[in-house]
Unconditional design. Structure first.
Length: 247
């Protein structure tokens, strides 16, 4: 057998073997590509723009609050639930000239169930907005915010029963000046260093709709909020409570 004949025989043998291997695969030949795509260009997914709250946004929020009802003159009844300030004007003394000296006071609001059926109320969803005496926004930092509520944050109000919501206000003398603290007694505390104003206002937003929240039960188990039964849903805004700093 000459060299040419040997080459023809070799090519035919290779073709026959390839045909035998392809037939069980239904005539398909599968190519396996490397798993790594490090050399492939990545498709850039656009990110949603981050919105920063400006002073103009806060002023607009004050005059056009995102709620359906308004707490006017310190009182309102909305969907069978009434809200009333104990006092519309609050005074707090300046701290004495002693390091770490503290003076404090409270803002109180009475929430009453005027319905014929019991209902739970959400204490956590009041958002304060701090204002100067001329109604311009007052910048205050937030340094504590508990994400999951506790069972006591959703008290059950029987018909004609009421609860009093309390926010604590305190002034403390530090090396860098007077510090202002505002605490909602439930989930968050706001503060401002080097506080120098003699008057300010606190304006509240309330908004709560049925959502898939969770809460800590009394035995510290995380449970869906639906386990608590009906919780009052609604939205409203308050008129500002005036706070005066006195000597």
């Amino acid at each position: 057998m000459n060299a040419f004949t040997k080459k023809i025989f070799l090519y035919l043998s290779i073709a026959l073997i390839a045909a035998i291997l392809v037939l069980p695969l239904g005539g398909k030949i599968v190519f396996s590509l490397p798993a790594s795509n490090s050399n492939c260009p990545q498709r850039q997914i656009p990110r949603e723009p981050i919105r920063f709250t400006t002073a103009n946004d806060l002023i607009k929020k004050l005059h056009n609050p995102p709620c359906n009802d308004h707490l006017e003159n310190g009182f309102a009844e909305i969907d069978g639930i009434s809200f009333k300030y104990v006092q519309n004007r609050i005074s707090i003394k300046s701290p004495p000239k002693i390091l770490d000296a503290i003076t404090d006071t409270t803002i109180e609001m009475i929430v009453r169930n005027n319905r014929s059926q019991p209902i739970r109320f959400n204490k956590r969803h009041f958002e304060p907005l701090f204002l100067k005496s001329d109604n311009t926004p007052f910048s205050i930092g937030l340094f504590k915010n508990r994400q999951i509520g506790r069972e006591q944050d959703y008290p059950l109000l029987q018909p004609k029963e009421s609860i009093t919501l309390t926010w604590g206000i305190s002034l403390q003398l530090k090396d860098d000046g007077v510090r202002f603290f505002f605490e909602d007694k439930s989930s968050a505390t706001w503060y401002k260093r080097n506080f120098q104003d003699n008057n300010l206002k606190v304006y509240f937003n309330y908004y709560f709709k049925e959502i898939s929240e969770s809460y800590f039960s009394k035995d510290r188990t995380v449970l869906p909020i639906s386990n608590l039964g009906g919780i009052w849903t609604g939205s409203f805004c308050t008129t500002p409570v005036e706070i005066e700093l006195i000597d």
